[in-house]
Design a protein around this ligand. Structure first.
Ligand code: 5GP
Length: 205
C-alpha cells in the first residue's frame, strides 16, 4: 500500500555540513523526492539560480510576506532572512512527493513545535541532523567551497558550534563522511519512515 502523502524531511546541518550535496544526491536517485525552494534576502552566490537554489527577495518583500503569513517558518541566519513557503510545501506533500527542507536549527525548532500541535504534520515529519565529524573538517570544507571570505568563514564556524549543540532535538543523527555512505544511511532512514507512514495510514483507514 502506498502512503497518500509524502514525507516532510527536515534536514539540518551547519553551513558547509553537506546538506546540499546530500539533497542533490537524494533527488537524483528518486524523482519522487523534491527540495522545497526557500526564499532568502541574502545575495546569490556565483552559480546560484533564481527559483532553483532560492527565491532571492528584497528585505521589504520578505517582511511583507511574513506579515501575510506566507511562511511555514522563517528565521534570520548570518544576518539574512530565510523562509519556507507554506503553499509550496502543502502542494508537494498533497501530490505525494517527499519534500526536503534544507533549513537551519531555528527553522527546524519552529517546524517541530508546529508538529506537536498538528497530528498530520507530526505523522509526516522526519527530522535528521547531519553532524560534521569535527570542526576542523567543517572549516576545510568551507574553505574548499571558496565562496566566503575569512570573516564569513569565522562567523559560520562560530555559528556551527552553536548549531551542533542542537543535534538531540532531531529524530536521527548522521555523522557525515563520504557522500555515498551518507546517502545510504539517509535512504535507509527514509525507507523505514515510509513503512511507518504506510503502517499508520493502514491503521487509520
Ligand atoms: P546558505 O546561505 O549557506 O545557503 O544557508 C545558510 C543557512 O540557512 C543554512 O543552514 C540553510 O540550511 C539555512 N536555510 C536555508 N533555507 C532556509 C529556510 O527556508 N529556513 C530556515 N530557517 N533556514 C534556511
Amino acid at each position: 500500500m502506498k502512503p497518500k502523502e509524502g514525507l516532510l524531511i527536515l534536514l539540518s546541518s551547519p553551513s558547509g555540513g553537506g546538506k546540499t550535496t546530500l539533497c542533490n544526491r537524494l533527488m537524483e536517485a528518486d524523482p519522487n523526492v523534491v527540495r522545497s525552494v526557500s526564499c532568502t534576502t541574502r545575495p546569490p552566490r556565483g552559480n546560484e539560480t533564481e527559483g532553483r537554489d532560492y527565491y532571492f527577495l528584497a528585505r521589504e518583500d520578505f517582511e511583507n510576506r511574513i506579515a501575510r503569513g506566507e511562511f511555514l517558518e522563517h528565521a534570520q541566519v548570518h544576518g539574512h532572512y530565510y523562509g519556507t513557503l507554506r503553499k509550496t510545501v502543502e502542494e508537494l506533500l498533497a501530490a505525494g512527493r517527499d519534500v526536503l527542507l534544507n533549513i537551519d536549527v531555528q527553522g527546524a525548532a519552529i517546524i517541530c513545535k508546529l508538529a506537536k500541535a498538528d497530528p498530520r504534520l507530526s505523522r509526516l515529519l522526519l527530522s535528521v541532523f547531519l553532524m560534521p565529524p569535527s570542526l576542523q573538517l567543517l572549516e576545510q570544507r568551507l574553505r574548499k567551497r571558496g565562496t566566503d571570505d575569512e570573516g564569513t568563514i569565522a562567523r559560520r564556524l562560530a555559528e556551527a558550534k552553536r548549531e551542533m549543540a542542537h543535534w538531540h532535538e532531531y529524530d536521527y543523527v548522521i555523522v557525515t563522511g563520504p557522500i555515498e555512505g551518507d546517502y545510504r544511511r539517509m535512504r535507509a532512514i527514509m525507507d523505514a519512515e515510509r513503512c511507518r507512514l504506510a503502517r499508520l495510514s493502514f491503521k487509520t483507514e
